[in-house]
Design a protein around this ligand. Structure first.
Ligand code: AHR
Length: 498
């Protein structure tokens, strides 16, 4: 049975500016993300740098604004010096986090070249496990200092005379986790982060630093870790990291499709910690959230490479319900844009990724499409929409609205509504009502939908879950009516020309 809903929008009711850095990705030396994914000089698709052009083309559609690298757990045992300079002199190493062989054929300079080709901002992770504060500062010098001193000259000798000007830096990765190489207690980590931050900012005062927050809300130290580390590092850092991987391990699709409730709660808790620490320290400085690892990940836990190069690890297959969770996550980024300023989909190729490769083919997974649509249509200000719709019952979150919605509007009048219909059975008949700022037509309407939540793309059947372009929706008297099928994500956008 169809259900009725109404979405009210008001151009004056703004939640804040949507940071372009919310559309980021994450690339780790893990499995086949780098080797066999991004970088494969032996591939017939390789360009002059060894980057796979078919992968680059798909990544261009996702248009990542920022890419975090080189890990993840990998970074906590990584010596950045191994990955720079002549390739034939770079060491092969046993990589402990993923029990793989690291050839170091791809490193800092290749990553920067890759980002520049894609037009993405590089976000560099630092080793806070086995690495020292001196190593961190040296890498800033290597990347950002003008020639004339040791590490800047080393960069120049490697063919990069001009500084890379890397602006975003992560002070370690998941240092609260016992699985992390060199795991630290909160105070110990925070003191190391504070001292590294001082040295790094003395090298380059323009850089922005991300402090390791809790690696997830399930950690026993959450959210104390966040409070303690922020209290010690507040004035030195600009962002606090958040990580979370969602899943449907008990096949409870009703609850799974309501995960946005948890994502919002996670942001609200950490936003409260930020406000508390700022008030406690009587500070005028602001720290924002960087959700720099987020995705669905629960089906494939093959994480040990057996000491081989580029093993198949964490190669999750995504289905329709996963795509609807990704869409809701991005709705949350828009609704919480006043505090969440960076977000990185983990990861970008092969490893828990929207793109899979074989030696000569690529596959766009279901989750590719909601990301692509948000990246294309979300921008400007996020609007505080009012949604009236029935609720449904979930085991995990109680009663939850059947629709999950966000909306945005930019200064040129471009606007978009992003709506997930969580019902597994019923279409929604939705009236969109503009209280101000109505467009004359929704001329870009795109939808990801299906009848089977478990439907997934494969190399044999690559178009089971994709985005369909629908006919324009007329707006009359500041109202429009659309029908949203069950299990769907729809973008309704006005290009601003009408
Ligand atoms: O993205 C996969 C892994 O998940 C990352 O290396 C780590 O930071 C997280 O636990």
């Amino acid at each position: 049975m169809p259900f009725q809903a109404r979405i009210y929008m008001d151009a004056n009711r703004k939640l804040g500016e949507i940071s372009p850095l919310l559309f980021g990705g994450f690339a780790e030396h893990l499995g086949r993300c780098i080797y066999g994914g991004i970088y494969d000089p032996a591939s017939p698709h390789a360009d002059e740098n060894g980057f796979r052009t078919d992968v680059m083309q798909a990544l261009r559609e996702l248009n990542f604004s920022i890419i975090r690298y080189p890990g993840g757990n990998f970074v906590s045992g990584y010596n950045w010096r191994d990955g720079v300079g002549p390739r034939d002199q770079r060491p092969r190493r046993r990589e402990l986090a993923w029990q793989s062989i690291e050839t170091n054929q791809f490193g800092t300079n290749e990553f920067i070249q890759f980002c520049r080709k894609l037009g993405a901002e590089p976000m560099m992770g630092l080793n806070f496990g086995t690495g020292s504060i001196q190593d961190a500062a040296d890498l800033v010098e290597y990347c950002n200092a003008p020639v004339g001193t040791k590490y800047a000259d080393l960069r120049a000798s490697h063919g990069f005379r001009e500084p890379h000007n890397v602006r975003y830096w992560c002070l370690g990765n998941e240092m609260d986790g016992h699985w992390q190489i060199g795991h630290l207690e909160a105070e110990d980590y925070a003191k190391k982060a504070r001292e590294a931050a001082k040295m790094m900012k003395w090298h380059d005062s323009n850089i922005k630093l991300v402090l390791c927050g809790s690696s997830g809300p399930g950690m026993p130290t959450y959210p104390d870790w966040d409070r303690i580390t922020l209290e010690i590092c507040w004035e030195q850092v600009d962002y606090l990291s958040m990580h979370y991987y969602a899943g449907n391990p008990h096949n409870d699709t009703a609850s799974y499709l309501a995960m946005a409730v948890q994502f919002e709660n996670h942001v609200d808790t950490l936003a409260a910690v930020l406000r508390y620490v700022k008030a406690k320290l009587r500070s005028k400085h602001d720290v924002f959230l960087s959700w720099d690892e987020w995705n669905v990940w629960y089906k494939n836990h093959v994480s040990q490479g057996g000491w081989t190069e580029a093993p198949h690890l964490l190669e999750e297959i995504y289905n329709l319900e996963d795509a609807l969770v990704v869409a809701q996550w991005m709705n949350v980024f828009l609704r919480k844009c006043s505090v969440v300023k960076i977000a990185c989909l983990a990861q970008i190729v092969n490893v828990i990724a929207p793109i899979l490769t074989t030696a000569d083919k690529i596959l766009k997974q279901s989750t590719f499409y909601p990301f692509m649509l948000f990246r294309r249509f979300a921008g400007g200000s996020s609007l505080d929409v009012l949604v009236q719709c029935p609720k449904y019952e979930t085991k995990q979150f109680g009663d939850v609205p059947l629709l999950d919605v966000s909306a945005c509007l930019d200064e040129s009048g471009r606007q978009a509504v992003f709506a997930v219909n969580r019902s597994q059975t019923d279409p929604a008949v939705v009236e969109l009502v503009w209280q101000s700022g109505a467009p004359s037509v929704l001329d870009e309407v795109h939808q990801v939908a299906g009848t089977d939540p478990k439907a997934a793309n494969s190399f044999e059947q690559p178009n089971v879950v994709t985005a369909q372009k629908l006919p324009p929706v007329p707006v009359s008297d500041a109202r429009a009516v659309v029908e949203l099928p069950p299990l769907s994500f729809t973008v309704m956008a006005a290009s601003g020309s009408g």
